[in-house]
Design a protein around this ligand. Structure first.
Ligand code: ZN
Length: 103
């Protein structure tokens, strides 16, 4: 089984079919089965309400470093593959690249 972290985007990405995408996975972080949130204001933090691994301690951690990582999902409506690259500067979403293609 591959490892990953999950990311919820409070500002969903729109697919070409009209479906809104808010649940993503990434292999670009620690791969600790952690659930993260990119908030409406573009902050990046752990998802304090839901942990992928329930044994993990719920520490409230907000990221303030400069980081960049990929995240991806496939559309539930049409199956289109979506790849994003998010760059955070001082803990705020500074850039979000978005590509999608048919599988
Ligand atoms: Zn779609």
């Amino acid at each position: 089984m591959g490892c990953f972290d999950s990311i919820i985007m409070e500002n969903p990405i729109k697919c070409k079919c009209g479906e809104e995408l808010s649940n993503f996975q990434t292999k670009g972080l620690d791969c600790g089965l952690v659930s993260y949130v990119i908030t409406k204001k573009g902050k990046f933090r752990e998802n304090w309400k839901r942990y992928v691994d329930p044994k993990r301690n719920a520490k409230k951690y907000v990221y303030f470093e400069d980081i960049g990582f990929e995240l991806h999902t496939s559309c539930r409506g049409c199956g289109r593959w979506h790849e994003l690259y998010a760059i955070f500067l001082d803990g705020k979403l500074a850039k979000l690249k978005h590509e999608s293609r048919k599988l």
